[in-house]
Design a protein around this ligand. Structure first.
Ligand code: MSP
Length: 651
């Protein structure tokens, strides 16, 4: 029999900064569902990826003097490393810069245009002339000025394409209010009242004021703007309108799109409208969660309140972090992050409840039966409650997975774990052990405990995939024993099971000491930054990892002379230079126009990274990079002695 398909997606993340614990929530939640569905026997497609186009990326790359693609490549690696560290079992990773995605988006854009849903109009917004950027009202700084350079902005217009939303308003309202598309459904009211009732506004879907986007095929001064590009990822990744994959028939419509509340509107209104316009089936569920907040604010780099999951993971283990964020976050609500709450939860649930249950049970089997239980057992009516709770657990967790209420699933699993701990107190095995005649009863008690552990940890393994196999090794369970099929049956482990003593799975954390250390870490970081600032008046970047001399010599650094230099009219941050590198002349583009006029550079000698692969910055070819020092927000070009011949290599 062929397996039933199940398709689940995270949002695609902006690679504009390092991922933080806020990004981890959706990805860890989707991963747990994907793992659970695989255990249930579904053929799962779990998709995640990165949303790589847009003005912000273009600007950040230009500031660093690299191409947008080079810029995103570096951050995408950081995302992928984090996902691998957190044991994220995605089946496919989409990058919106992938060729096949570009093709799909171009085809969709043209199809919507041909159907009359996309039309040409005028985009009006706040425009910063020096930065050549449009901003929305909410993006402006606290004084209503440009968020980049903090200068005045003016009202301006540019030609743009728009997507007509009004034809879909009624169907979308029904989707939100009459179906179970939106989870939790309570959010439908706010969407209908705020966006649908006042009349759905058409959506701006192309721009001409920046270049880093997917070109509109039939009007090449336009690039596709944000949402048509981003949302299409869910179908391009299956091969819709491209030759890369061939899974659209199998996996579409998606079973679950999971997103946080800030992008709910795009997934609840715009995405269904796009699919309706393309005459495609709608996804089955949109699960919306709140934010992980820190001191009451959404985590964000600009607020300086990001929590680095790798730092926490190294101290407490990836599974503990997974458990904590999943247990804390209720669907729809925000959850506030604090190191103290996290450590207390790891101690109480993982070290005390689960860890102790496993180590005590295994230790008692070793102590009283040399590690192997006897076949002869004697049951008692007092076993019933634990046995029944354990048997019912799989059904309860199944329902939570259907409803995306993962915090409840974990709470239910830990109810069985707590019940098992209580059962130890009730049955008092150490008292039974005193009398040889009670051995069959003692064997039954320990067997029931092992079974309760087997069932709860087999279900828990979808949420905490790396530590549960360690438990199974200790209780002597095979892969078959801990299968999903066996999770609703009590009495699966062999009657004469042998256990194995192992390491403590979740060591208890000394809360006061740990909080002190974490605080010291934060203070040390702040002091280091402050000391660097006092010393040089700048914030120094931390030193990079050690490399070998061979790595250094991969970069070919040469002395070159600036022969000519000019501004680039369409890119205010860039200068175009012709330099002589000793072998001849070459063109280099550098993002230093904010600090240098062309005449400051002509005739000067600089250091050139001479073996960088050619790249285009805002459409202008660059063959190398000029070395400059980052001084706070500024860049200072390194000028060298005029007597050093062009082409001399730095070594
Ligand atoms: N690129 C768009 C999504 C396009 S999907 C077709 C985007 N990217 S994002 O990187 O800014 O955010 C991705 C997701 O991470 C969003 O759902 C966002 O809300 C979520 N989170 C970012 N910070 C978060 C928290 N602090 N807490 C929970 N989720 C958070 O939006």
């Amino acid at each position: 029999m062929s397996k039933k398909p199940f398709y689940i997606t995270t949002p695609i993340y902006y690679p504009s900064g390092n991922p933080h614990i806020g990004h981890c929530y959706t990805t860890v939640a989707c991963d747990s569902i994907a793992r659970y569905r695989r255990m249930q026997g579904y053929d799962v497609m779990f998709l995640t990826g990165t949303d790589e186009h847009g003005q912000k990326i273009e600007q950040k790359a230009a500031e660093k003097g690299v191409t947008p693609k080079q810029y995103v490549d570096e951050i995408v690696e950081i995302f992928k490393n984090l996902w691998s560290y957190m044991n994220i079992s995605y089946d496919r990773y989409i990058r919106t810069t992938d060729d096949y995605h570009v093709k799909t988006v171009q085809t969709i854009f043209k199809a919507l245009y041909d159907k009359g849903y996309i039309y040409k109009g005028e985009y009006k917004g706040k425009y910063c002339t020096p930065c050549e950027s449009f901003w929305t009202e909410s993006q402006l700084d606290e004084n209503g000025k440009c968020p980049e350079c903090h200068r005045d902005v003016v009202e301006a217009k540019e030609e743009a394409y728009f997507f007509k939303m009004s034809p879909f308003a009624d169907r979308i309202e029904k989707l939100l209010t009459e179906t179970d598309y939106l989870q939790p459904k309570t959010r439908a009211v706010e969407l209908v009242n705020n966006f649908i009732k006042p009349g759905l506004e058409d959506l701006c879907v192309s721009r001409t004021s920046f270049k880093w986007g997917i070109p509109v095929t039939f009007d090449d001064k336009h690039v596709v703007y944000v949402w048509i590009d981003a949302l299409s990822n869910y179908i391009s990744a299956l091969g819709y309108e491209n030759e890369q994959y061939n899974d659209f028939e199998k996996f579409w419509p998606a079973d679950v799109h999971m997103v946080a509340k800030d992008i709910m509107r795009f997934h609840a209104i715009i995405w269904p409208a796009m699919l309706m316009a393309l005459e495609l089936p709608l996804p089955k569920h949109l699960a919306v969660h709140g934010w992980i907040t820190f001191n009451g604010q959404k985590m964000s780099k600009s607020l300086g309140n990001v929590v680095d999951p790798l730092v926490l993971g190294e101290r407490y283990g990836a599974d503990s972090i997974r458990y904590h964020i999943l247990r804390e976050m209720a669907l729809g609500a925000d959850s506030s992050f604090s190191n103290e709450i996290m450590i207390n939860r790891i101690n109480s649930d993982l070290a005390n409840d689960l860890g102790n249950l496993v180590s005590r049970t295994v230790a008692m089997v070793i102590k009283y039966f040399d590690g192997t239980l006897p076949i002869e057992k004697q049951s008692d009516p007092m076993d019933e409650e634990l046995v029944n709770m354990a048997k019912a657990l799989r059904g309860i967790v199944d329902e939570c997975i259907d409803n995306t209420t993962l915090n409840i699933a974990l709470a239910e699993i830990f109810k069985v774990i707590s019940r098992a701990n209580k059962y130890i107190d009730e049955t008092a095995p150490w008292v039974l052990a005193k009398d040889e005649a009670n051995k069959p009863r003692l064997a039954a008690v320990l067997y029931n405990l092992l079974e309760a552990i087997r069932i709860s940890t087999s279900l828990l393994s979808a949420f905490m995939p790396s530590t549960m196999p360690k438990v199974w090794e200790q209780i002597g369970a095979t892969a078959d024993d801990v299968s999903y099929e066996n999770a609703a049956t009590f009495g699966v482990l062999p009657q004469d099971i042998t256990v194995h003593k192992g390491d403590i799975i979740f060591p208890r954390i000394d809360v006061d000491k740990e909080i002190e250390e974490l605080n010291a870490l934060i203070t040390a970081q702040a002091e280091k930054a402050k000391a660097a600032e006092d010393k040089d008046g700048v914030n120094l970047e931390p030193l990079a990892d050690i490399i070998g001399i061979d790595d250094f010599f991969k970069a070919d650094l040469r002395i070159a002379e600036v022969k000519s230099c000019e501004k680039i009219p369409k890119a205010k941050k860039l200068l175009k230079l012709i330099v002589n590198d000793g072998f001849g002349e070459r063109q280099v583009v550098s993002g230093i126009a904010k600090w240098y006029a062309p005449e400051d550079l002509i005739g000067k000698k600089i250091i050139l990274v001479a073996n960088l692969s050619p790249a285009k910055l805002c459409g202008v070819e660059s063959n190398g990079m000029i070395v400059a020092a980052s001084v706070g927000e500024d860049a200072k070009v390194i000028f060298v002695d005029k007597d050093i011949p062009n082409g001399s290599r730095l070594s």
